[in-house]
Design a protein around this ligand. Structure first.
Ligand SMILES: NC(=O)c1ccc[n+]([C@@H]2O[C@H](COP(=O)([O-])OP(=O)(O)OC[C@H]3O[C@@H](n4cnc5c(N)ncnc54)[C@H](OP(=O)(O)O)[C@@H]3O)[C@@H](O)[C@H]2O)c1
Length: 223
């Protein structure tokens, strides 16, 4: 599966945050070229320098989000829900014909803990699809803990990643990106219209984490 990735270059919008950085670190260590994106090219390059040192590789660079979207073949969206719609609408042309991976969880937090927000388009992934009609939008990596990704003493990331989308080739490539990280497995999880409950399930996992002081993930059995 990993061989299918060939020379694919992965861009990460919001790549200076823990989730984007964490996945970028693991991909870089797996030999995949990564571009960290940011609203500031300087912040992106600073974060890229740190990842190059951590991963002991040269194939990590940092650019602003627009240049990242232009240069990358596959683009992970790892910005907060609040900035999601505006950022994607601004990158419609740069992201045309590209595979976009949305890992954004629209969540709220109150005294009772985390809860799923209702989203007019159905889910963050469907909002991305509406903002990017010419892109190949997929959804994945919602349940992967940034804390686990950053901790290189954890050699194997023990989790299955549900990959959703309407384009078979695109979901296969995203599954391969999950498979490229030791311990992780990409599992096809249905069409994009089913993204809401995958995003929302993150609220349950955060509740598990709080109760059990864990970084819980999912495993799909019999596959
Ligand atoms: N953290 C996790 O464990 C985890 C797990 C699964 C999924 N996720 C999802 O991944 C996404 C990123 O999570 P995170 O914890 O890395 O978030 P974060 O640190 O809050 O944000 C990531 C980066 O997004 C950029 N950003 C912030 N506000 C923005 C805005 N309004 N518009 C555009 N860019 C903005 C910032 O980079 P610059 O200032 O450099 O532009 C920031 O470093 C979230 O949607 C979250 O639901 C997170």
């Amino acid at each position: 599966m990993v061989a299918e990735l060939g020379q694919v270059k992965v861009g990460v919008l919001g790549g200076t945050g823990p989730q984007g950085r964490g996945l970028a670190l693991r991909w870089a260590k797996a030999g995949i070229s990564v571009i960290l994106g940011s609203r500031s090219a300087d912040r992106a390059e600073e974060a890229a320098g740190e990842l190059r040192a951590l991963a002991g590789v040269e194939h990590v660079s940092g650019l602003d989000n627009k240049a990242t979207a232009t240069e990358a073949d596959v683009v992970l969206v790892a910005v907060p829900w609040e900035g999601h719609a505006d950022l994607l609408q601004s990158l419609k042309q740069e992201l045309a014909n590209k595979i976009v991976i949305d890992c954004v969880n629209p969540l709220g937090f109150d005294k009772q803990g985390p809860f799923a927000l209702s989203v007019a388009e159905g889910s963050a992934a469907q909002q991305a699809e509406q903002a990017l009609p010419d892109s190949r939008v997929t959804a994945a990596f919602h349940h992967v803990s940034a804390v686990v990704l950053a901790d290189l003493s954890i050699a194997e990331v023990d989790i299955d990643v549900l990959v959703l989308g309407d384009d078979r080739e695109a979901t296969d490539i995203v599954r391969a990106l999950a498979d490229a990280i030791p311990g992780m497995r990409g599992i096809y999880g249905g069409r994009l219209r089913n993204a809401h409950q995958v995003e929302a399930l993150t609220a349950n996992l955060i509740a598990v984490n709080r109760r059990y002081k864990a970084h819980a993930g999912l495993r799909i059995t019999d596959v």
